[in-house]
Design a protein around this ligand. Structure first.
Ligand code: IMP
Length: 435
């Protein structure tokens, strides 16, 4: 049975929660491999809506073990609140497992993130304010706390005593709140007591599941264009949402990945600052935003909306070695007379077909569009590709051609049943991508 990575091909919010939920019936384990509570997965389950930030959405299924991998930064307060919320709504959380080596996102990380963003004023990254950058920075600087440390008061005291003076110095200089060692240690000990039963050696859990022939889903948060290495730096998150991140953050080797399913929406959105060449600021964009409910799950910020951009799609397919695609929210485009698709850029008077690694070049990129006639009929009830309006099929074929890999699932509404399935089988060797 395969290990499948689910990865966002845009700026996050592609609907990965629905993809996981859709595939969940056939999998035994879902592993989150990076990010923290900056992510928001919305899963519609009958008449219930679940908004999850840390716990993988597989938790909604009693047969699935939901694993928070070593690559995640865990805010214990958020995790505990989420476990309580799920329990109060009748969901069994006993199969949630948290890697002992995942890093702890501490209250001073949140304070530092917010104070730093405030200082940046007009140069803001537009972070979610959840402390993600400072937590990953401490991990890289080897001064972070890991989840297992929450179980040992003396380790907590030693570590927090060592790091807190520096944190407080910076916070005080930014005019922000400072922290006391004792209060933080007490808080961390309480978190440890509450979470002890969930901590595990996640790498071996995943390896054992694969050895036993279970289908393991590795679920990325955010998206390729927010990747620390491959995204539009510095307007990125501080982890690696790309499929390679599933290996480092999920406890598997690259050759154990059988399929990489890329997830994308039929248009583009972005939250926070940074270049967005196909951004729409007119009423067409406003219409898409309101029909698509494009509001951040974590921050409630309105998402910026634009036409689909095939330039980063081709790049995302390449850097993730995408083998199949789920296309979400094509129903939101119904009723738009003309649909545009970004196919290349013009930069300084020259045509550019490749996603530029240079941030300043991306900032100067003007989109070159192909225009497609739209369709007016609603498509929520369509369950077979051939029943889509001809113009919708034409648009979909164009996306598939740019991607160079098959679109195997097409979502026409938020519910699991509102999905068009094309027959496909997981493949280790993806078709070649034109670069
Ligand atoms: P951070 O991850 O909070 O540090 O934010 C860095 C950038 O990533 C900002 O532009 C955020 O808006 C963006 N970001 C972080 N998480 C998400 C997400 O789940 N969806 C969309 N954008 C996100």
């Amino acid at each position: 049975m395969p290990a499948t990575v689910i990865v966002g091909l845009q700026w996050g919010d592609e609907g990965k929660g629905k993809t996981t939920d859709f595939l969940a019936e056939q999998v035994g384990m879902v592993v989150r491999y990076q990010g923290g509570d900056n992510a928001g997965h919305t899963v519609v389950w009958g008449d219930q809506v679940f908004k999850l930030h840390l716990v993988p959405s597989g938790v909604l299924y009693p047969h699935i073990t939901s694993v928070i991998g070593n690559g995640v930064v865990v805010n214990p307060a958020t995790l505990i609140a989420e476990l309580d919320m799920l329990t109060s709504r009748g969901i069994d959380v006993s199969r949630v497992r948290v890697s002992r080596s995942a890093h702890v996102l501490m209250p001073y990380h949140v304070a530092l993130d917010r104070a730093n963003e405030a200082r940046l004023a007009g140069e803001k990254v537009g972070t979610t304010g959840r402390g993600i950058g400072p937590a990953y920075a401490d991990r890289a600087y080897r001064i972070g706390l890991r989840m297992e440390d929450l179980l040992d008061r003396s380790v907590l005291e030693a570590r927090i005593e060592r790091v807190l003076p520096d944190k407080n110095l910076i916070l005080a200089s930014l005019g922000a709140e400072t922290f006391e060692v004792r209060a933080l240690v007490d808080q961390a000990v309480a978190w440890g007591e509450r979470l002890a039963g969930y901590l595990d050696d996640a790498t071996w859990l995943v390896q054992r599941a694969l050895a036993a022939g279970e289908h393991v889903l590795l679920e990325g948060a955010q998206g390729t264009l927010l990747d620390l290495d491959h995204g539009s730096y510095p307007f990125v998150t501080s982890s690696n949402p790309v499929a390679g991140g599933a290996a480092t953050g999920g406890g598997i080797g690259p050759l154990q990945i059988d399929e990489v399913m890329g997830v994308m929406k039929a248009y583009a959105t972005r939250v926070g600052s940074g270049p967005f060449p196909t951004e729409l600021t007119d009423e067409v964009g406003q219409g898409i935003a309101s029909r698509g409910h494009e509001v951040g799950t974590t921050t409630g910020r309105p998402r910026r909306v634009g036409w689909f951009d095939a330039v980063p799609l081709r790049y995302a397919v390449a850097v993730n070695s995408v083998s199949s695609i789920m296309l979400n929210k094509i129903d939101i485009l119904s009723g738009i007379p003309e649909i545009k698709l970004g196919v290349a850029y013009e930069v300084d008077g020259k045509r550019v077909d490749h996603w530029p690694s240079s941030g300043s070049m991306l900032g100067r990129a003007r989109p070159i569009y192909e225009t497609f006639p739209g369709w007016s009929e609603p498509i929520h009830e369509v369950r077979a590709l051939n029943d889509l309006p001809e113009n919708a099929r034409r648009y979909l074929s164009a996306l598939e051609e740019h991607a160079g890999v098959p679109i195997v699932l097409v979502s026409v509404g938020p519910e699991r049943s509102q999905t068009i399935e094309r027959a496909w089988r997981p493949m280790r060797h993806r078709p070649p991508v034109a670069v």
